[in-house]
Design a binder for this molecule. Structure first.
Ligand SMILES: C[S@@+](CC[C@H](N)C(=O)[O-])C[C@H]1O[C@@H](n2cnc3c(N)ncnc32)[C@H](O)[C@@H]1O
Length: 227
């Protein structure tokens, strides 16, 4: 409710951008220098390759995974709230020779279903889950964006990550989200919540990867026939 209200008052199409051009440039430089190709290889082997697949990079940021997946033959849609990242991603796509081959969409994460009005073979959501309006409604939004038989991939830090460094307000907001599912701002979800949320839907499979102690990584396949 609080985040939805905030979003009504802060519109990206009217120029609001939570990310400064300076931050976007430095995050972009860092991320572009260390794209996790092993992650993409693993994803390809789990979903049967990227070539020919439709992919939504939900919260695509500097576009490094959008470009990497497009170079592997996927038809990629980038969606993010930040114009700073939109400019960087467009530039990087052009530099990679992908001019016109990636679709770009500006908007809040949770608004993607309404804005895009289509489903994808893979929805990829890396390190931005916590910017959603609420954990429960965003899980529903993300599942709705996946085509029957398609896949969803999420990687997010959870609320145990650097918890001891949180100030009073962030601590309270994390507690509220953990205990009551009330989200004000962007607290990380508690460990294990994502898997429980996705299990509410009809899935063909759910893989949970807790090997990195700070992150929840989920890959699920929606039930249904892909054809
Ligand atoms: C840490 S970056 C991750 C980007 C990319 N997915 C990656 O793997 O590097 C977080 C992303 O969330 C986006 N975002 C979405 N909603 C946001 C909000 N309300 N406030 C800040 N950032 C937001 C940012 O624009 C940014 O692209």
């Amino acid at each position: 409710m609080f985040n939805r209200l905030h979003a009504r008052l802060h519109r990206p199409e009217r120029g609001w951008d939570p990310v400064s051009p300076q931050h976007a440039a430095s995050y972009s430089e860092d991320e572009w220098s260390r794209i996790d190709t092993a992650l993409l290889d693993d994803l390809e082997s789990s979903i049967g390759g990227l070539a020919g697949k439709t992919v939504l990079d939900l919260g695509g940021g500097p576009g490094h995974y959008s470009v990497a997946m497009a170079l592997r033959g996927a038809r990629v849609t980038w969606h993010d709230v930040s114009r700073s990242y939109l400019a960087i991603s467009r530039d990087k796509a052009a530099q990679a020779g992908l001019d016109g081959q990636i679709d770009f969409s500006l908007g809040y994460l949770d608004e993607a279903p309404r804005r895009l009005r289509k489903r994808f073979d893979l929805v990829f959501n890396r390190i931005c889950w916590y910017y959603s309006f609420s954990d429960r409604s965003f899980a529903a939004a993300l599942v709705s964006l996946v085509a029957p038989g398609g896949f969803g991939y999420v990687d997010t830090t959870h609320s145990g990550y650097r918890r001891e460094e949180l100030g009073g307000s962030a601590r309270l907001r994390t507690w509220l989200n953990e205990r009551a599912g009330i989200k004000v701002g962007h607290p990380y979800p508690p460990r294990g919540r994502l898997a429980r949320l996705f299990l509410r839907y009809r899935l063909a499979q759910l893989q949970v990867d807790y090997r990195v102690s700070t992150n929840d990584r989920i890959l699920f396949q929606k039930a249904g026939d892909r054809s």
